[in-house]
Ligand binder design. Structure first.
Ligand code: NAD
Length: 291
């Protein structure tokens, strides 16, 4: 292993502390409230996220609440609940947990959240603000991934950046944010013909596909910075016992021999993402106060 490992836990801790200090100074009367809307019960995959959100909120001084709706809730009823949260002066941030039951359109619900309470940064007006180069609330994972790179204190201008994955929560906002800083950005996805020919050119490589081990050492440019956003649960055989392990989209072993710096999974982008959710809640609270 040659690469510097960019530890997310440290960065997450400093974000949480900063949020808590600001909350204590500016919101001494009442902490900003983050409401997590959970429809149809806890999915096994979101269980860990929810537990992490709750713990992180407590450490950041954010008042975290859950609102639960039954599986069969109609879209109209769900929209009414969201409208209620939009109008509730006690609620500063709203996050809609996914996966949602089949009959609900995620985009329909996301669009219903007031842009100033959209701490996930997914409302068209928040994504549009990024395209305009005036980000307000930015998707937490995209922001976290960029922040891990920034911790190295290197210039972005002129970098060859390759983003693998073009989702609204990760790939697209990362690309838009960095293009504004004059990086040359390539977005790759399932339709990309020769993925490795792109990733091998990248000075800075972001990977968010949900495919464990998609990127291997030979796909990485020597000396590159690799930010692995993937979180995948895989079954591994440990001395005859089957166990579930969390791995990224990058094969850490081989990639860390090529890269100059790399994020681990777990302990990289994940904890910083949850910390950014708290920072976005604080930002949202400030917007709502007109600051
Ligand atoms: P998504 O399913 O919305 O998008 C996947 C993207 O990967 C698409 O652009 C698709 O075209 C591309 N892709 C899939 N297979 C590919 C292949 N073989 N070659 C090239 N491109 C391919 O995913 P998402 O919601 O952006 O999440 C991606 C990953 O990031 C998942 O592992 C998810 O668990 C993880 N994630 C992590 C965090 C975090 O906090 N760290 C947050 C959100 C998502």
């Amino acid at each position: 292993l040659n690469a510097q490992v960019i530890e997310g836990k440290e960065i997450a801790r400093s974000i949480r502390n900063r949020v808590r200090e600001t909350v204590e100074t500016l919101f001494a009367e009442r902490s900003p409230r983050l409401v997590s809307l959970l429809i149809g019960g806890e999915d096994p995959s979101s269980k860990v996220y929810l537990a992490n959100q709750q713990k992180t909120a407590a450490k950041a001084g954010i008042d975290y609440r859950r609102v639960e709706l039954p599986d069969q809730v109609s879209e109209r009823e769900a929209l009414e609940v969201i409208a209620g949260l939009n109008g509730d002066p006690q609620t500063q941030g709203v996050i809609i947990q996914r996966p949602l039951p089949e009959h609900l359109d995620p985009l329909g619900l996301i669009r219903a959240v007031h842009p100033d309470k959209d701490v996930e940064g997914l409302h068209p007006s928040n994504l549009g603000a990024i395209a305009h180069g005036r980000p307000r609330l930015v998707p937490c994972t995209a922001e976290a991934a960029i922040l891990l790179f920034r911790s190295l204190d290197r210039p972005v201008k002129g970098l060859e950046v390759v983003v693998v994955g073009h989702s609204e929560i990760v790939g697209k906002p990362i690309a838009l944010l960095l293009v504004h800083e004059l990086a040359t950005v390539t977005i790759c996805h399932i339709g990309t013909r020769d993925l490795a020919s792109h990733t091998r050119r990248a000075d800075l490589l972001f990977v968010a596909t949900g495919v464990p081990g998609l990127i291997r050492g030979e796909d990485v440019k020597p000396g590159a910075v690799v930010i692995d956003i993937g979180i995948n649960a895989v079954e591994v055989d440990e001395g005859g016992k089957k166990r579930t392990r969390i791995v990224g989209d990058v094969d850490f072993e081989s990639a860390s021999r090529m890269a100059d710096a790399i994020t681990p999974v777990p302990g990289g982008v994940g904890p910083v993402t949850t910390a950014m959710l708290m920072e976005n809640t604080l930002k949202a609270a400030l917007f709502q106060r007109g600051e």
